[in-house]
Design a protein. Structure first.
Ligand code: AVI
Length: 325
């Protein structure tokens, strides 16, 4: 059995101080905001895992079913002797659908995640399940640049796997810049296998982000709990409520934490005041038409080669490649 200790790790974990700086900066803005990547501390990641199993939250199961149905075509697109790099690998559980089919053909598998313990445990489990697969975890914030393991040179090509439609959590310019960094990382001949959530009836979206059990509300409010714990703050979690609304003007779900009264909150040495009804923006979740995504990808240097969807066109998995520069 592989253990986390037997795997070599490239460790580029960001400093703790960036969370403090980002929160203080975000709460000082006219529209208060905190980046959605901070939703994922240990408790937030567990709550997100629960969201993915909720009846109303269609993306995860729809993506998994597209994977199962189209796995042969995806394996063909990925090709042989490929280095597969997964951004935001988390527990790597969903990746097994892909690895079950392609692990024998891969040069290696590089899971990239910001949560070091989670990453190492998951990488050890993957290495045990696929003993012939070279697994090289990288602990990094994948939204910034990070190095790939050196054995990348022996691979026929690099393919980044980015499931879950996390691309929808970036604003458009940031999404293009991020795709551009992926294009640079995989280079000419490289590929991107990406989950992309599609435009649909706003009622379906509203239900997915306002589930009956209130798991998404707890996931959102957990951000304040995290700030209290890590940044010595005194947010009253009962004085904020979760809100998720479809923004037809932007083409996204916007997630907010809304103050239910006039109040002031201390974060370390600083104090921030909130009026009743004032909100902290915590996440965008953009939904795309195939044309919109193709346009963004092309601005970043990718050409869409294949688009696989479910029979209700709820979700898509797309394969894009980088041509010669
Ligand atoms: C991770 N990301 C794609 C999720 C989404 O649907 O935008 C995060 C999420 N937020 C609320 N529910 C799920």
């Amino acid at each position: 059995m592989n253990s986390p200790e037997t795997l070599s790790l490239i460790d580029c974990h960001p400093s703790e101080s960036s969370f403090r700086e980002d929160v203080l900066d975000g709460l000082s803005r006219e529209q208060k905001q905190i980046a959605s990547k901070y939703l994922y501390d240990a408790r937030g990641s567990k709550l997100f895992d629960r969201i993915t199993t909720l009846e109303e939250y269609y993306p995860t199961r729809t993506e998994a079913s597209i994977m199962r149905t189209e796995i042969d075509a995806m394996a063909e697109a990925i090709g042989k002797d490929t280095l597969l790099v997964e951004y935001g690998s988390g527990s790597s559980e969903k990746t097994r659908i892909l690895l079950d089919r392609v692990s024998q053909n891969l040069q290696g598998y590089v899971p990239v995640d910001i949560s070091r313990d989670h990453l190492m445990d998951a990488a050890a489990r993957i290495a045990s399940s696929y003993p012939d697969l070279d697994v090289r975890p990288v602990c990094a914030d994948y939204t910034s640049s990070f190095p790939l393991p050196e054995f990348v040179e022996e691979a026929a090509r690099i393919v980044v796997y980015f499931p879950g439609s996390t691309i929808g959590n970036f604003e458009r310019d940031d999404a293009v810049a991020f795709l551009d960094r992926i294009a640079q990382a995989v280079g000419a001949g490289g590929g991107l296998l990406i989950g992309v959530d599609l435009r649909k009836d706003p009622d379906i979206l509203h239900a997915a982000y306002n589930d009956r059990e209130g798991v998404t509300a707890r996931f959102n409010l957990n951000l304040l709990r995290r700030i209290n714990r890590e940044l010595n703050a005194d947010f009253d979690l009962d004085a904020f409520r979760h809100e998720a609304v479809w923004r037809s003007d932007l083409g996204c779900i916007e997630m907010l934490l809304v103050s239910t009264k006039d109040q002031s909150v201390r974060v370390g040495e600083e104090t921030f005041s909130f009026e009743k009804g004032e909100s902290i923006h915590t996440e965008y979740s953009f939904k795309f038409t195939p044309e919109q995504f193709a346009e963004m990808a092309s601005e970043a240097g990718f050409r869409i080669e294949r688009v696989w969807t479910d029979d209700q066109d709820l979700f898509s998995i797309q394969y894009a490649t980088v041509g010669a520069w």
